[in-house]
Ligand binder design. Structure first.
Ligand code: PHE
Length: 337
């Protein structure tokens, strides 16, 4: 019989069956000499594409019948009055089909970026999402009443004026410097929060990866080199980088980094708004006042820091047009990564 017909037959058979019938069909197809098992045994005679196609169809059939058996068993359990009297576990006797899961795209990017920086000798660390005003602002050279705080409006905790959800991963710089003496070289991935209403490119919760290196004689060139190597490794391509002057309170000088648009190779398209460039991160040389906050000798040490927007770089890598897709938990979207 042609394989397609075998699958059609199988699916016709498992329609409208009760538990006992389903178990019988399962044996007929997946038992020791079952029909699908025989097919799997004969696959070595065929080419790779065919093997892959039939193999995955049989795996799917195996899961599909298990799901049906589970459903029948579950219904049987739930309608068993005697058992229900004794608060029994209604999942009793259920089989668990093995569905291969995969990383959420944001976790995948964090994992990929962490692996890249680990290979450059960076430590991967973390910090609390609930921060004090000191760690989120003051220690980073952002005094009270500074106008930039408007851009970092966030969620405060009722009854605790000093506690807030961190607006960036930069407080991680302070935590890591407090814990270790220089030289330090670390990245800090994590969730950050801002009081923003969500649209296709904004969300009130998103992810960043902070990076910091402090040692004697660290220069802007070290920052350029590390970011160049990172972009090359992450996009698996030699994309050009552009360092645009910018302003952050905790770095001086500060720049924003654009990469050559990976969709049009810098020729100009809708995604890069015809500029040929796309912004991916903020960075700069650690401000002496920040080194002072953690009692590092600012005459002896210098360092650089950067902050990568995880959602943004994931959208660029996989051509995702709306940030909200990451949080809707629609499996049709999530399974593609
Ligand atoms: N914390 C900055 C932001 O959220 C990014 C940044 C990190 C800039 C480190 C410079 C150095 O916008």
């Amino acid at each position: 019989m042609k394989n397609n017909l075998i699958f059609d037959n199988f699916y016709n058979k498992i329609n409208d069956c009760d538990f006992t019938e389903l178990k019988k069909i399962q044996k007929e197809y997946f038992g020791k000499n079952g029909i699908f098992i025989q097919i799997l045994k004969s696959l070595h005679n065929y080419n790779d594409d065919y093997k892959k196609d039939i193999g995955s169809k049989i795996n799917k059939a195996k899961n599909d019948i298990l799901v049906k058996i589970n459903k029948e068993q579950y219904n049987k359990n739930c309608t068993n009055v005697e058992k229900n009297k004794n608060n029994f576990d209604c999942s009793e006797g259920l089989f668990f089909p093995f569905v291969n899961g995969n990383f959420h795209p944001i976790s995948k990017t964090i994992y990929d970026i962490s692996s890249i920086f680990k290979s450059f000798g960076f430590l991967v660390s973390d910090g609390p999402e609930l921060e004090t005003d000191w760690y989120n602002f003051e220690s980073l050279n952002i005094p009270k009443n500074h106008s930039v705080r408007d851009l970092h409006d966030t969620f405060y905790i009722d009854g605790y004026v000093d506690l807030l959800l961190r607006t960036h991963t930069s407080p991680g710089q302070i935590h890591i410097m407090e814990k270790h003496k220089p030289p330090i070289k670390a990245i800090i991935p994590g969730k950050v929060y801002r009081n923003e209403s969500s649209d296709s490119s904004h969300s009130s919760m998103f992810h960043q990866i902070e990076g910091i290196e402090v040692d004697e004689n660290i220069t802007f060139l070290d920052l350029k080199n590390v970011l160049f190597e990172f972009v090359h490794a992450f996009f698996s391509r030699n994309l050009k980088l552009r360092f645009r002057p910018s302003y952050f309170q905790f770095t001086e000088p500060s720049t924003e980094v654009d990469i050559q648009c990976n969709f049009c190779n810098g020729n100009g398209c809708k995604i890069c708004k015809n500029s040929g460039w796309i912004e991916i991160l903020g960075c700069g040389m650690v401000h002496p006042n920040v080194l002072k906050s953690v009692n590092y000798d600012k005459e002896k040490y210098t360092g650089y820091a950067f902050g990568i927007g995880v959602e943004r770089i994931t959208m660029l890598k996989y051509d995702v047009s709306d940030v909200r897709l990451f949080y809707e938990n629609d499996l049709r979207f999530l399974k593609q990564f």
